[in-house]
Design a protein around this ligand. Structure first.
Ligand code: SAH
Length: 545
């Protein structure tokens, strides 16, 4: 029996923050998610959706506000999907992120006995982003440029964003006026018609250089000479490019870049190393905290000068060059060819001769090099995208057996999953340091040091019987509920088969046994890592792990 009714109002005490920054409370043991509510608050909530084991409530009134509650400075903070935590004090945001990493390590990775260090925050946590990607579409009165509304692709027309560099406000206004003035067709996601899809900007913090990239479903922008002439007047403008993306996809950029004016890249520097950055290359979005993060990674590796370092998922070679200053040699691997071209130029530009790079998927390049050339390393650094490391890569890292592994992660759930694999292979998690790269959002960046388990190391096994009991007694979401959650949050479809595979992996009971690999049926599909990560996120969300 569900103890609440849809469309009725209840008083709820919020106990915790979920991984999307939403408040979580309980009514007679039934979990209710309330967006905008904070721990310790008592709220009046309208139940808007009920499922078997949990429901969603709309926050009507905060009866006792949390001392950590803050008034968001952004007028569209509620509609926009960009910031999930503006209503929480910055100190409390950092504490929440630290706890999130600790919980994931324990619940998903089964790693206990490690205390996560307090997240390192920013002194001035506003206007920190060096990159903006604004979707463009038809609004009520002309062109809308801004951000997607929460859990949707409706564009919230935004005049200023407090996470972005101020210059973006002027650039967006200028492009918006241009598109309206010349009635340029705007892209419509539903019908896959129209021309202008996104406006991208990048601004070098130290160089002050600005790049603007207009993403088109086509390769010609009518009246582009007028836009170029106007954009040139923006302070620091050095590069104006078009990107061609004709696909019906959520991926923002296509492969083709056409330079309209100026350089093809911009430059920036981190801790005295200069980097050249193409529009297609990944570059961390918060340069102040990136310096903190990379320095921490180097500090944790504690290099003596004679090491061989592998930097996997190396992007434009940022971490590689930080490490090259302290190691004998560094070898970086990255899948985007343009990023590797940038990495090579960056090494040369900085007179760094002990760094080499290869294009390819790390999970293919490294196992091949290990098999064919017996590649060895003292330190392996990985910095994968949100889906984490490929299993084949982790397996090869265990075979290479470096003394240390430094794991830089933007997703604590996949980090925890991968650390469990490395721990099972003989590595010990020594330090875990979150660095806040994304203030006011629910994103968490973490750097972890692992080193080989020494024979005299003790392993702490901490079994709490009460907790085990609690785990078996807790409420569990159904397969349909997990599917609905994953769809709502990620717009991804996951099958019951995949869910059961991930549940089994997490040691949860599974009703049917059809996910067991049967040798007579070798075609049972295996849950791909990106889906595994989102399913794990859902299991965590429902507090099943
Ligand atoms: N270490 C870099 C980049 C980290 S972002 C930095 O700090 O700037 C993750 C990078 O992994 C991206 O550049 C992405 O293009 C790359 N990538 C994604 N999948 C990959 C794979 N399978 N093998 C190698 N690189 C990959």
């Amino acid at each position: 029996m569900i103890p609440v009714e849809k469309n009725k109002t209840y008083e709820i005490k919020i106990a915790a923050l979920g991984s999307n920054g939403e408040g979580i409370g309980r009514i007679e043991g039934y979990t209710v998610f309330v967006e905008g509510a904070l721990p310790s608050e008592t709220c009046l909530v309208l139940i808007v959706k009920t499922r078997k084991h949990f429901g969603y409530g709309k926050l009507l009134e905060i009866l006792t506000p949390s001392p950590d509650r803050r008034e968001p400075c952004c007028p569209v903070a509620k509609q926009c999907g960009g910031c999930q935590l503006q209503h929480l004090s910055y100190a409390a945001q950092l504490a929440y992120k630290t706890k999130e990493v600790q919980d994931d390590l324990e619940r998903i990775g089964g790693i206990t006995g490690v205390t996560v260090r307090p997240a390192i925050g920013m002194d001035a946590p506003w206007r920190y982003r060096n990159k903006a990607q604004f979707p463009v579409g038809q609004g009520k009165d002309g062109c809308a440029v801004g951000f997607y509304a929460k859990r949707s692709h409706r564009i919230v027309d935004t005049k200023q964003c407090f996470l972005q560099n101020e210059r973006n406000d002027a650039i967006v206004a200028l492009v918006r006026d241009f598109l309206n003035e010349f009635q340029i067709p705007l892209y419509d996601e539903e019908t896959h018609t129209g021309l202008v899809r996104h406006i991208l900007t990048r601004i070098g913090r130290s160089s002050g250089e600005v790049m603007v990239c207009i993403v088109l479903k086509g390769k010609r922008l009518p009246h582009s000479e007028v836009l170029v002439e106007r954009l040139q007047r923006v302070e620091g403008m050095v590069s104006i490019v078009l990107n061609v993306n004709r696909e019906k996809t959520n991926v923002i950029l296509g492969r083709k870049i056409i330079t309209l004016w100026g350089k093809d890249t911009i430059t920036d520097s981190l801790d005295g190393i200069e980097f050249e950055i193409s529009p297609l290359s990944f570059y961390q979005v918060n340069p102040v905290q990136t310096e903190v993060l990379y320095k921490k990674a180097v500090e944790l590796a504690d290099l003596k000068g004679d090491e061989t370092v592998l930097d996997l998922y190396c992007g434009i070679g940022t971490i590689s060059l930080f490490f090259a200053r302290k190691a004998r040699q560094v070898f970086g691997v990255e899948i985007v060819p343009e990023a590797i071209a940038d990495a090579r130029k960056n090494a040369e530009r900085n007179g760094i001769t002990n760094a080499a790079f290869a294009v390819g998927a790390a999970e293919e390049v490294i196992p091949t090099l290990y098999r064919e050339k017996g590649i060895a390393a003292d330190v392996v650094v990985v910095d994968p995208p949100r889906k984490g490391c490929d299993a084949r890569l982790l397996e090869t890292i265990l075979q290479i057996a470096p003394e240390k592994v430094v794991y830089v992660s933007c997703n604590p759930a996949t980090l925890a999953r991968d650390l469990a694999v490395l721990a099972a292979g003989g590595y010990h998690v020594r330090e875990v340091q979150p660095v806040d790269q994304f203030p006011h959002t629910n994103h968490v960046e973490t750097v972890v040091l692992l080193s080989q388990q020494k024979p005299d190391d003790t392993i702490e096994i901490d079994l709490d019987l009460d907790e085990l009991d609690a785990t078996t007694a807790e409420t569990k979401a159904t397969y349909e509920e997990i599917k609905a959650y994953v769809w709502d949050k990620h717009h991804l479809k996951v099958s019951s088969l995949y869910i059961s595979q991930v549940k089994r992996k997490c040691g949860l009971e599974v009703g049917q046994n059809y996910n067991l690999s049967k040798s007579e049926n070798p075609k049972v599909p295996k849950c791909p890592p990106e889906k595994e990560a989102v399913i794990m996120g859902a299991l965590k969300h429902f507090q099943m792990i």
